[in-house]
Design a protein around this ligand. Structure first.
Ligand code: MF3
Ligand code: CO
Ligand code: CO
Length: 252
C-alpha cells in the first residue's frame, strides 16, 4: 500500500498515540505489577488519546495489548496472576487505531537487574531493529532488511524467529507485504515512497523454533530459551524513511 500525504499525516498521528502509550507503560513497569495491570493501563491511556486498541478482539484476541515475558516470543495474553519479578524481560506490544489508521510498536523492558545474557539479547534485538530501519529507502529490497537483521543476530549469537514477521499497516493493522527478518540482499519487493510497514524482529538466545500454547495465542520458544522483540512502524520517504512510532516522552 502506498499512502498520500494526507494519509501519511494520519499515520503519523496514529503512530504517535501508540508510541506515547508505550512510553507511559514503560514508566510504570516494576516488580510486583501484573500483566493485567498493563492491559488496564493501555485501555485507559488509549481511550484518553481518542484512540482504540487495535488488538482488542482481533481474531478474538482477548486483551488490548500483548505482554510477552521471558520465553514468550510474542502474543502473550495479559493475566492477573502473572506478576513481574526482578530479572524478567517483558515485551509490551501496542497497536492503536486513531481515525481509522493504525500504529504498531513494541519494546522489551528489563525488570530490575537482569542477567548479562538477557541484557545482551535485549540490546542485540534493539540493534537489529535499528539495523533493519537503517536500510529502508526507495529502491531498497525487502530482503535487505532481513539480511542485515539476520547477519547482526548471527554475529551476536542469537537466532531469528521466522514463524512471524513484520507487515504492511495502514487502515488495517495487518496488510501485505510480509516483512521477513531473514533474507537475501537485493531480493524481494522493491520499496517505494509512501509505503508503510512494520519491522519487528524477534530474537532468541537458543533455537528459533516456536510453538503456540493451548490458549491459542501465547507463542513460546520450543527450547525454553528467552526471546526479545522490538517493533516500529516505518514510512518510506523520498530520501529514506521516517519512523512513525519513534520513542517519545510519556506525556500527552
Ligand atoms: N501487534 C502485533 C503485531 O506486531 C499484533 C498482535 S495480533 C494480536 O503484529 F491479536 F495478538 F493482538
Ligand atoms: Co506488528
Ligand atoms: Co505489534
Amino acid at each position: 500500500m502506498v499512502t498520500t500525504s494526507t494519509e501519511r499525516q494520519a499515520m503519523r498521528r496514529a503512530g504517535r498515540v501508540a508510541a506515547r502509550t508505550l512510553a507511559l507503560i514503560g514508566t510504570r513497569l516494576a516488580a510486583g505489577i501484573s500483566t493485567a495491570d498493563i492491559d488496564r493501563w493501555v485501555r485507559e491511556d488509549t481511550s484518553t488519546r481518542g484512540a482504540r486498541p487495535s488488538q482488542l478482539g482481533y481474531h478474538g484476541f482477548p486483551a488490548a495489548v500483548c505482554t510477552s515475558r521471558n520465553d514468550v516470543v510474542c502474543h502473550g495474553v495479559p493475566r492477573a496472576d502473572e506478576l513481574l519479578q526482578a530479572g524478567d524481560i517483558l515485551n509490551v506490544d501496542i497497536t492503536s487505531e486513531l481515525n481509522g489508521w493504525h500504529g504498531d510498536t513494541s519494546a522489551t523492558f528489563c525488570i530490575g537487574e537482569v542477567s548479562a545474557e538477557a541484557k545482551h539479547l535485549v540490546e542485540t534485538t534493539r540493534r537489529a531493529l535499528d539495523a533493519g530501519l537503517a536500510v529502508v529507502r526507495p529502491g531498497a529490497h525487502l530482503g535487505d532488511i532481513g539480511a542485515v537483521i539476520a547477519e547482526l543476530a548471527r554475529r551476536e549469537g542469537c537466532s531469528v524467529v521466522t514463524d512471524f514477521g513484520g507487515h504492511g499497516i495502514g487502515r488495517k493493522m495487518h496488510l501485505p507485504p510480509h516483512v521477513s527478518h531473514v533474507g537475501e540482499r537485493g531480493e524481494g519487493l522493491v520499496l517505494r515512497e509512501g509505503m508503510t510497514f512494520t519491522i519487528e524482529p524477534m530474537l532468541n538466545l537458543g533455537s528459533p523454533e516456536t510453538r503456540v500454547l493451548d490458549d491459542g495465542w501465547t507463542c513460546v520458544t520450543v527450547d525454553g530459551s528467552w526471546s526479545a522483540q522490538f517493533e516500529h512502524t516505518v514510512l518510506v520517504t523520498r530520501r529514506g524513511h521516517e519512523v512513525l512510532t519513534e520513542a517519545v516522552p510519556p506525556r500527552r
